[in-house]
Design a protein around this ligand. Structure first.
Ligand code: ADP
Length: 397
């Protein structure tokens, strides 16, 4: 016991001292921490946002705003400012303020999808989903997700499906009618031959349409796998070869420019498809016996990018100025009847546009009704940006 007596007072002192230090450190830390939190909260009346809420808001993807009893904004995330939800310490949009008032009155979480003006002026709107909830006594949080882009993609997809269904229905309907006509005229050999010929045309159209839809969807999931060095001269030769039978059937003279040795990096088959679509159109929208020329050349864009250009020139019907941009839209045709006669699907140029974009390039058109059209695909040359690293010693010298 003798030895133990003095030990206890010492241990007690030590523990007391330790506790003192810990409490002091904790208090200092707590003070500093609360000071830091306070600094990030805009100055305003109590109540301050609970730190748990602050931390949750910080990790949320949604734009978030917390308002107090008087509708003053006590906290807003950068995304909320970016969406223009907050101005002068208050919520900008009346529909959101109404939701907040409702939640304040009945305490029930409110969800809504709203169209909000993007800015104080102009017709552009944002499609947003809003959730409003009470997060602490006197505090209401508004969470906003921007659905604009998602809704746009959805609308494009819906349009595309509707267009495809419509485009498929036409040849399928025609085939059904033709089959009926054949079965009703078994003894009229001439009529049967005529109907059979038209059935062949419709099936060709149908299979071309299905092929192009598949090609388009393949492009939309294109990755950078399988990209190779592609000789532009070879692409042109293969594309022209694929169209030569159609061209000679209509006595259209197809000429190819001199070899250039130009190379691009990309998917050779896709590039052939793109150039073939342009040559196909040039022949289809020209009169019998007209000339179509295809050539490659080297050029430099205004932004200083070295590109390989493939230029397809015809002397055909041309395209009115106000429709020249629209021809790249899916299923758009200047003259649906003519496109139908030529077996067109309305997808050819949208495929060209996708292929060019997937190769970091673009496609442009010059055209004059009655004089003809010139389509130009531009793709960056393969050796872009490959330069030898400068020798630092030489630089220094
Ligand atoms: P289509 O299968 O109908 O040819 P495209 O997407 O290839 O579809 O072309 C869209 C429309 O653009 C065509 O229907 C046609 O009206 C117009 N067009 C395309 N190329 C030419 C051209 N070389 N000359 C005149 N019109 C063209």
């Amino acid at each position: 016991m003798v030895g133990v007596g003095p030990f206890f007072p010492d241990a007690a002192c030590l523990v007391a001292a330790l506790v003192g230090v810990l409490v002091g450190a904790a208090a200092t830390a707590a003070f500093r921490w609360s000071e830091r939190v306070q600094k990030t909260v805009p100055p305003g009346p109590e109540p301050l946002v609970d730190d748990g809420v602050v931390r949750v808001l910080a990790v949320l993807r949604s734009a978030a705003v917390v308002v107090d009893d008087s509708d003053a904004v006590v906290r807003a995330t950068p995304a909320a400012f970016a969406l223009g939800l907050v101005r002068d310490g208050a919520l900008v949009h009346e529909p959101i303020r109404r939701l907040v008032a409702g939640v304040r009155a009945d305490g029930v979480i409110a969800d809504a999808e709203l169209d909000l003006p993007r800015g104080p002026m102009g017709p552009v709107t944002l499609r947003v989903s809003v959730r409003v909830a009470q997060v602490a006594p006197g505090l209401i949080a508004v969470l906003v997700d921007d659905l604009t882009q998602a809704r746009r993609v959805e609308a494009i997809r819906r349009d595309f499906v509707a267009n495809v269904s419509h485009e498929l229905k036409t040849p399928v309907g025609a085939l059904a009618l033709l089959a009926e006509a054949v079965s009703e005229a078994p003894d009229d050999a001439q009529a049967v031959r005529r109907f059979a010929g038209r059935m062949t045309d419709e099936t060709t159209r149908l299979s071309r349409l299905v092929h192009e839809i598949i090609e388009l969807s393949r492009l939309q999931v294109a990755t950078t796998d399988g990209l190779r060095l592609v000789e532009v001269d070879d692409v042109i030769a293969e594309a022209v070869d694929a169209v030569s039978t159609t061209a000679s059937a209509r006595s259209v003279r197809l000429t190819v420019g001199p070899s250039t040795g130009l190379q691009v990096t990309g998917d050779r088959q896709m590039l052939v498809t793109a150039v073939r679509n342009l040559v196909d159109n040039a022949v289809a929208y020209s009169a019998d016996g007209a000339s179509v020329s295809v050539a490659a050349r080297s050029s430099r864009t205004d932004a200083g990018v070295d590109v390989a250009e493939v230029v397809v020139v015809d002397e055909g019907v041309g395209i009115p100025a106000d429709l020249q941009e629209r021809v790249f839209e899916r299923f758009f045709r200047v003259d649906p009847a003519r496109s139908r006669d030529t077996g067109g699907t309305g997808l050819g140029l949208s495929i060209v546009k996708h292929v060019a974009a997937d190769h970091g390039g673009d496609v442009t058109v010059w055209s004059q009704p009655g004089r003809g059209s010139t389509f130009t695909i531009r793709v960056p040359k393969a050796d872009q940006g490959v330069r030898e690293a400068p020798n630092p010693q030489e630089d220094a010298a």
